[in-house]
Design a protein around this ligand. Structure first.
Ligand code: PNW
Length: 466
């Protein structure tokens, strides 16, 4: 049975600067922490790096034409801070600004709405080396300055801003587990980094609201990642463990923004490791988003951890599990993607409903959802049935959530094209378009053609069981 999405639903696709642009030193661009992290042998699969990536910097017009062919209504991309400010502060690069000017103009010319993320992890290296990056509160001022440059220059055309992409990943993978740049391993730094990420976000929002929003009439928000945590059993302690796990991923960042404080579970468990906000900071952070940006990929079971020992994490996304006392697991019957992330569409619906309930029905945009598979080109085509099934089922569950009253207003498929998948390098393909990383040729996968139809009809074939 075909089911329609609400009128005006925003259909988009997303990318990020370091993952697609390449041109790592063109036009005076400064190095980012990802340029240097990739240079450390062994950090990235096959020692891959983003120096060339998809060379989107030089293929921008071709890529926008590709979006137009799909009928995309919106395109979410990120601005590379060191392309615009080579050392992260002070001097601005006109060449860098011009690239984004041209991209934005090209999108608008094709009637594709630009959704701009200001920070998708490529921190100017100088800010990390000279000032400890997100561990130093000063970064909030630098980020605000950088954001102001972007609002000033692009805000006449950009009406949707996202300050930060996934602060949880920045804090936990970058400053805790050390699997992402800048590669720091610590069991307390993530909470300090997270604290500064929230303050930086709020300062940028305050700057936009005070100096630009009235004249530019845009909206600004933040995007957080969260997978669903399903209680392993109906036991009270497992239900509590699942709730706690979601609080440690999502509510860590969204409770301060919507409710004005960190979740009680974190305050209780982390003690001194969790910094306190001043009254002025709370004032700044509370209410500092115009919409709820959500990146969602998968679901895991959660149970209260037994004793002190934790079994091996399922994959890098359980954070600092000892702080939570949560044991994660998968159901062996679940299908998994090339990332080993389980395909559990109902988890998406449950999470949307959880968010809607906890934060009193905010407007939500799914700013990323998608999957990696080992795609292959056969006779010029990529028949990625598994990806079509993934999208079809997840979108079906999005619709079910909407029918239950969740104010989901848009959806961005991750990703427009195969790209540099961080520590996994080019091995994991998330794209709707296949990229041949030798020739840089782009080939629409079957999923791109499928998505084109979904956008055109504003409907999907609803699953029989939903
Ligand atoms: C997101 N985890 O990253 C990012 O926003 C994208 O840049 C990325 O390509 C995409 O998801 C697919 O990975 C994540 O370990 C990376 O939980 C890791 C995790 C979550 C999100």
């Amino acid at each position: 049975m075909k089911k329609s999405f609400p009128k005006g639903f925003v259909w988009g696709s997303a990318t990020s600067s370091y993952q697609i642009e390449g041109a790592w030193d063109v036009g005076g661009k400064g190095p980012s922490i990802w340029d240097s992290f990739c240079a450390i042998p062994g950090k990235i699969a096959n020692n891959d790096h983003g120096m060339m990536a998809c060379d989107h910097f030089h293929k921008m017009k071709e890529d926008v034409a590709m979006m137009k062919r799909m009928g995309l209504k919106a395109y979410r991309f990120s601005i590379s801070w060191p392309r615009i400010m080579p050392t992260g502060q002070g001097k601005v690069s006109e060449d860098g600004l011009r690239f984004y000017d041209e991209l934005i103009d090209e999108l608008i010319h094709h009637e594709i709405e630009p959704w701009v993320t200001l920070y998708h992890w490529d921190l100017p290296l100088a800010i990390q080396v000279e000032q400890d990056g997100w561990l130093n509160k000063e970064i909030a001022n630098h980020f605000e300055q950088y954001a102001r440059v972007c609002f000033e220059r692009f805000g006449n055309r950009v009406k949707r801003w996202i300050t930060l992409n996934e602060p949880w990943v920045v804090a936990i993978l970058g400053y805790g587990l050390g699997t992402f740049a800048p590669g720091i391993k610590s069991n307390s730094d993530p909470y300090l980094a997270g604290h500064h990420l929230l303050i930086a976000h709020a300062q940028a929002v305050s700057c936009y609201r005070k100096e630009f929003q009235e004249t530019q009439q845009g909206l600004i928000g933040i995007t957080n990642n969260c997978d669903w945590r399903e209680p392993l059993t109906e036991k009270q302690e497992d239900i509590a463990a699942a709730e706690r796990a979601i609080e440690f991923i999502l509510a860590w960042f969204t409770d301060p923004i919507y409710l004005g404080h960190y979740p009680a579970s974190m305050v209780e468990r982390l003690g001194q490791k969790l910094p306190l906000f001043s009254e002025v900071e709370i004032e700044l952070i509370k209410g500092s988003t115009d919409f709820f940006g959500l990146n969602h990929y998968t679901t895991l079971f959660a149970a209260e951890a037994q004793g002190s020992g934790h079994k091996d994490p399922v994959y890098g996304n359980d954070g600092l599990s000892e702080d939570q006392n949560v044991q994660l697991s998968v159901d062996p019957s679940w299908n998994v993607t090339a990332m080993h992330w389980a395909v559990v569409p109902w988890g998406c619906q449950k999470l949307l409903e959880w968010i809607s309930k906890r934060y009193d029905r905010p407007t939500i945009y799914i700013t990323e959802n998608g999957c990696a598979y080992a795609d292959e080109v056969v006779a010029g085509k990529v028949n990625d049935i598994a990806r079509i099934n993934y999208y079809q089922q997840y979108l079906s569950c999005c619709l079910a959530a909407i029918e239950k009253g969740v104010l989901l207003k848009g959806y961005f498929a991750w990703s427009l094209m195969d790209n540099f998948e961080w520590a996994s390098g080019y091995e994991k393909r998330f794209g709707l378009h296949y990229v041949n990383f030798e020739t840089l040729e782009r080939i629409p996968k079957q999923s791109a053609l499928w998505y084109e139809k979904v956008i055109l009809d504003n409907t999907i074939e609803a699953r029989k069981d939903s």
